[in-house]
Design a protein around this ligand. Sequence first.
Ligand SMILES: [Zn+2]
Length: 235
Amino acid sequence: MKEEFRSLLILQEADRAIQGAHVRQNQIPQEILSLQEDLGTHERILEEEKEEFRETEKRRRRLEMDLATLTETLKKHQTQLHTVKTNKEYTALLHEIEEEKKKISDIEEDILILIDETDERMKRIGEKEKMVEEKRQGTDENQRNLEKEKSSLEKHLQKREDERKQILARMDGSLLTQYKRILKGRQGIAIVAIQGAVCEECFTALPPQVAVEIRMGEKLHVCENCGRILVWKGD
Ligand SMILES: [Zn+2]
């Protein structure tokens, strides 16, 4: 009987380790996914920034085209000034020229603002690119580590499962059934070692006689309070 109790304790440790390994195993894919999502968010932000940069460049090029056309027209009108026949035509043309000069100066100002904006955006993109690159490397490294952990967990799990099978093969059927039944109803803990004459799980004091019997390992005892199998771990 004593040996059996000890086997149960080992079985429970194996069960607990297996359970923990499964929990961790299930967490890893989620962790990898959220690493990738985080990187994806940063990459998207960078892409948006680049798209805005391209838009700004397009706007600037359009303005430069407008500027070229207006400058052409201005030149043409300035030449025409020398050839107009009437005073009225002259005044009208002069007015147009003034308007064109004003528009040109406005466009030039807008272009300067856009150039500043482009510089600013370029700087930001450079910084973000560097950041995303670092993030990518960090993500790769973390992912590699998680995958390594996953494969070592699998090995560990395999070992524990083998260990468990060996224990089960040596165990008494009815004790095992009782163990499994208690395990189900007691949050994965069916066996408790006693500490002196106290249940280590719920801290209930045991009658001295019961504690002695548990130490001797002759009889199966269950904690009156928490219902778990009580065993003596040894001195
Ligand atoms: Zn107890």
